[in-house]
Design a binder for this molecule. Structure first.
Ligand SMILES: [Zn+2]
Length: 126
């Protein structure tokens, strides 16, 4: 197998900070062949180039805020996170999990596997 597939799911959210409606990347399924894993933005904290590639595949119309490292006061650390597309406030990992009740598939992509992606998959499978 030399292809990796990704299923991106998004969910609507109301920003806790500014009150505006926005969209979060709620979950990602990644796989190769018959193997697949479920992950989320925070899993890409050490893999920013990979989440950038996935986020770039989302149509702009989905209105997902920037996926980038943000400092979480609750967690006491900085990690890859969703944010409000209006004010950039962080949406914490626990909040993302909560939004999965309303999520829907926003994109399915397939791309050539690289050592970097395989390393990520192996790290998540541990
Ligand atoms: Zn906001």
């Amino acid at each position: 197998m030399d292809k990796i597939f990704a299923i991106l799911r998004t969910a609507p959210a109301v920003c806790w900070s500014c009150g505006c409606e926005t969209t979060v990347l709620s979950s990602i399924t990644l796989g190769e062949g018959c193997l697949s894993i479920d992950c989320s933005a925070a899993d890409f904290t050490d893999w920013p180039d990979l989440i950038d590639k996935l986020a770039a595949s989302l149509p702009l119309s989905h209105g997902v805020g920037a996926i980038k490292p943000r400092r979480s006061a609750t967690a006491g650390r900085t990690y890859m996170s969703n944010g409000c597309r209006h004010c950039d406030a962080i949406f914490g990992h626990r909040f993302e999990i909560h939004t999965r009740y309303d999520e829907k598939v926003a994109g399915e992509i397939e791309f050539t596997a690289s050592e970097r992606w395989r390393a990520f998959l192996a790290a998540q499978s541990e």
